[in-house]
Unconditional design. Sequence first.
Length: 532
Amino acid sequence: MTNGRVNPTQRLKDQGMNGLGQVYYNLLEPDLVSHALRRNEGTLGEGGALLVETGVHTGRSPKDKFVVRIPSVEDSIWWENNAPMTPDAFERLHADMREHMKGRDYFVQDLYAGADPEHRLDVRVIAELAWHGLFIRHLLRRPDAEELARFAPEYTIINCPSFIADPERHGCNSGTVVALNFDAKLILIGGTAYAGENKKSVFTLLNYLLPDKGVMPMHCSANHAADDPEDTAVFFGLSGTGKTTLSADPDRVLIGDDEHGWSDRGIFNFEGGCYAKTINLSAEAEPEIFATTSQFATVIENMVFDHHTKDLDFEDDSLTANMRCAYPLGYISNASESGLGGHPRNIIMLTCDAFGVLPPIARLTPAQAMYHFLSGFTSKVAGTERGVTEPEPTFSTCFGAPFMPRRPEVYGKMLQQKIAKHDATCWLVNTGWTGGAYGTGSRMPISATRALLTAALDGSLEGAEFRRDENFGFEVPVTVADVPEVLLDPRRTWDDPESYDRQAAKLVRMFADNFAQYVPFIDADVKAAAIG
């Protein structure tokens, strides 16, 4: 059987998981929702959405994530960014987790990571929570019945939130643990019910495996022109930069909102769904994403709601500001069915500059693109965290450092080579502040950002007049239709130009100080492009 209740010894005994309760294989959405409700894992919301809470963990636990240190990966893991775990500690963790699992029911989903059959990864997820099975069924790609009949997992994830790790015995930092063993082809997750750990564990796997196949893994959204799949654009960006919003252009086809690969054949989505933030989500600003929050089987995570009417409160962040919804990509009307696109003609790097220094758009050379890709800059602003009283720079290499098992130069060089080979045009887009820093200036008008992106994607911006930015050396358009000319020169938007100059010099130093870590590993052209 591929759907329903199966004796666990038929499929899991080879992984040493004996004595389990009932094991449910590849249940479809209605059954997963039913089991989650029967087990009191959540509440049925409007339209059949499933409302759940994740407990103490309302986000990922990066300090509890480990890679097993084994000879096969010793020389290829970026150990400064990935905490090591000994093989012996992992074996104890695995044995103790299997013992803990005995007598409990589990939900197994056999899924694909990757829309391109040539590069996809076959992943089995064994989940203690039925709603985790529903979540990962949304986020990865679903084989059909014939494919399931011959499915053989390459990697397995065991997710057991009720298992609490022992730091002394298991070589971890707390009762929460996410441990990846490349030789065992196994990921163990314990002590957290935050479903995003499932998704990002798969992304980490792909970030390690795909470069050896010549595929560039990317933390980005992607879309293509409605009438031309070869006219593809990718959007890199950290949280709060507008990656999901700006790629969800109703006039273009959405390939995906978060994780993609760039192969010799073009772009492909890793996922089959979306995991969107819902704080301050509105039907006016993002109607398609808003509509998914009342569709059947959408997972609504950590949102406050009225227990009588089931109305969601999109402004109440008392549980967490990281409230989210997970849904299949097909819930978005202009989403791609194939998850495939051509080689990118345009690459957009989004940043939220709370210092008010960067222009709303700039054109980058391939070397400058690698510089800004390795920098991965955005800003935290005052009030977002305790103790933050002025803008703080955040540099997350490759726009996704927590998920990068290899050294950043590996990804940076791949991007630089692919940009050069396929003649992609690269743009840096600032969705942050203008007219002053956060607290003095104002947020970049979304209408201006959309107009600039439209001009970049339709090619009209290529013919504009450009000036060279004195601080960063990239090219900035002088005039663009439907965009106030003053916005394109950030210094002119400040009441005190000398204050702008001081702020710009400060940001340039921050970039340089952060980039110093990569200088020994990069080519001369990137060093020359670093600043000005």
